[in-house]
Write a protein that binds this ligand. Sequence first.
Ligand SMILES: *Cc1c(COP(=O)(O)O)cnc(C)c1O
Length: 514
Amino acid sequence: MSMNTQGRPTGTGSAGAAATGSALLPNEPLLFEIGDTDHSGVDLPDVDLDVSFLGGFERQTPLDLAGLTEPEAMRHYVRLSRLNHSIDSGMYPLGSCTMKHNPRLNEKIARLPGFSDIHPLQPISTVQGALELMNQLSHWLLTLTNTAAVALSPKAGAHGELLGMMAIKAAQEAAGQAHRTVVLVPESAHGTNPATAAFLGYTVKPVPAKADGTVDVEAVKAALSSEVAAIMLTNPNTCGLFEPQVIEIAQAVHDAGAFFYCDGANFNAIMGVVRPGDLGIDAMHINLHKTFSTPHGGGGPGAGPVVLSEALAPFAPVPFVRRAGSGLELVEHVEGSALGRVTAFHGQMGMYVRAFTYMLSHGGDGLAQAAEDAVLNANYVKARLDHIFSVPFPDYPTMHEALFDDSFLRDTGVSTLDFAKALIDEGFHPMTMYFPLVVHGAMLIEPTESESKQTLDRFCDVMAELAQDATNGNKERFTAAPMRAPRRRLDETRAARQPVLTWEKPNRLPKAAE
Ligand SMILES: *Cc1c(COP(=O)(O)O)cnc(C)c1O
């Protein structure tokens, strides 16, 4: 196998190539490198047309698309899919990301033609079923959160967050409060929180955490002023702890004339058990792709509906579904709407179907049970490992995530990153590392409710065995890891900063030379 000019391996070779075992190599070539323009996966009859309907816009040059047979195309994508770890191939305890099993029932329902074959521009009278689903999904989200309005359309948690903060900004501008330019963000927050606030032109003011890992309510009170627009708080927080003073914080924020934005990405820990509206939140995004099991992380698009309190409801964006007579209508224009539309069409319909299927198949009590099981599983992992791994905040039981720090690795020459890479060799996706930032060498493990005790035990056994090996001085196993993955360690910074996004056709050997 040779490399082309961009450092990519070239094709698996045509007829007559020497045996290389290249079919087993992880360097899956591009479709363009496997295929050629002489072949096609479909047989179409020659067209006997000498009129064109394209009004002079016909292509003048060949399309030059790679032609492949159906098995070639199929194998290409299946081989690619096997290069990634996935929730379908093993445990994925990535803290804060809630990588839970996506029940196949969700997929089955999402593929019903009445959902999958409709078009967003179809007449409303022909898509009443889809609107009904959006309406009922909204109802469930409002009931679970005890809030007044919901915008389904944001396409990720960060997008929902942006929208919630835009609603806050619009509400304050409408109330003559545009001088409020500061947003309080606890130090343990997810990076999207300060990014959202800064993107909207706010000054971000960090709020310190207490030694026990919870937000310091006195520090919040001290930071509040007539300049503060909102606080952005995660509850349960990113240390996996339920904020014990959340109601007092909400009260203080409201007394200061500010809004309470809650990052709801951790809703999986409390759904059906606590209604965030009861805690005094004004806006919160819900990651359907985390809490309600829709695929994400390369497996599918996200959906981040944002719920709004009574005060913010008039600032919800369009579109939304509304009952009209005996049917439903889609409201796409509201006179004087502050935000208008924030995404094309109506959002991620396929994800609404999956999330709603998950809700209906669990029922209200089942959702509460899922949250309780997620919390139980995290506490089980914590209890099994807390004599080996240090727990930075031992004062509280954990919610849905077990947080450890890397002090057990002191003087071993093994870093948290090395340790996580060694987990890959054992068939597990690494936990979240170095986040939350308030904990040095943080390791955040979120097992979710979908793992069995057997799987949790195997994971804990592996974690304990790795810790033992690291402290015994077997540094090599860690610094050289991963050994068994299709790729070793990547230069992730360079991959992000200098991605190779184009492909140039290599000069193929002339046929006669073969
Ligand atoms: C995942 C997550 C987000 C962002 O959600 P995306 O869908 O990835 O944009 C925000 N906050 C927290 C705490 C999260 O875990």
